[in-house]
Ligand binder design. Sequence first.
Ligand code: ACO
Length: 375
Amino acid sequence: MTAQSNAKGLEGVVASETSLSFIDGQEGILVYRGYDIHDLAPHASFLESVFLLWNGRLPTRGELSSFEAEIAGQRGLDPTTIDVLRRLPSDTTPMAALRTAASVEGTTDPDAEDNSAEANLRKAKRLVARFPTMIAAYHRLRGGAEPLDPDASLGHAADFVRMANGEPGTDEAAAALDRTLLLYLDHGFNASTFACRVIAATLGDMHSAVVGGVGALKGSLHGGANAKAMEMLLEIGELEHAGPFLDSAFAEKRKIMGFGHRVYKTEDPRATHLREMSGELTRQAGLEKYYEISRYLEDRITGEKGIRPNVDFYCATVYYSLGLPIDLYTPIFAMGRIGGWSGHVMEQHADNRLIRPRARYVGEMDRSWVPIDER
Ligand code: ACO
């Protein structure tokens, strides 16, 4: 194990081991359980990849059907969760609502306090199944509509679209959404996954760990970037405004959301797929101008700063083309990453040691006590 003391933001520090996913930031490689993302993305489904991540092997056709049916049958939320979502202040963000819903589910889950491998797997399935229902239920409630019950006859992504929008989307839209979930599924010790593992390593339970993960993902330096990237593209609005926008962003040293990565020093392999999807979907939706603005930003930011788009940049225009509300982009990221978070909790609990690093103290020393009346 490499230990670099004082690495700000733990950059380059190898904190532990995992068998779930591998990243080579120099070569731009991402692997789930030995399978290159470039092989999985065009061929596998999200749930097929979740099975792979949790079991270490691809499912047979029969195993995948049973797994999909089992997950589909678990989509219904506990009524307490709906009650709590109903009572949230109307300006609650969907990420805060998701964090709350995941926590409430942790109070009603029959396996809540059981950290055994069997109980963890049951909880992981329920969480993967229910994240879409939580997000869709809150989205309906905040719009003054009643949550829709899940329909187990529909696929994972398709049922989310129906529960959120009130009507099913096209098969193509569901397939595109499903692929983004696959691309978001797992990514080594990213900030939210590491947060989950720290909580799990105290022997904290699955739901507590996942709630920590949602909290970490919410920030704009992590999952929040996909929504911020779309807001930026809308602010730019027209291709001819992109140049002046970038000029002032560079002059003011503003960070461009959806660009840069702690690990990738070359193309993020997930961005390769999302760029292609964005080109296709924006064309189909008549929203090509946002793809053109995105390409312009990429060319200049990469050319002038050497900084490349990450997973969140082209995902923004993919979700916009699918008609998804912008503030659901980060919760949808969580719908994918929940498979990874829960997998990491299971891996941590299977071979646990408390994660407890040290801090280098940089404060004062040897001060003399001053009684309160003399200060
Ligand atoms: N726009 C402009 N400049 C950038 C960007 C960006 N998006 N990202 C990095 N840089 C610059 C920094 O200003 C810094 O320049 P300097 O050395 O001249 O000061 C240099 O590149 C290094 O950047 P750091 O922020 O130190 O790199 P770090 O590894 O800590 O950050 C991070 C990685 C947080 C992703 C950063 O690139 C960023 O803030 N990007 C925007 C937010 C974003 O897209 N987050 C999603 C990441 S992917 C994910 O979490 C799923």
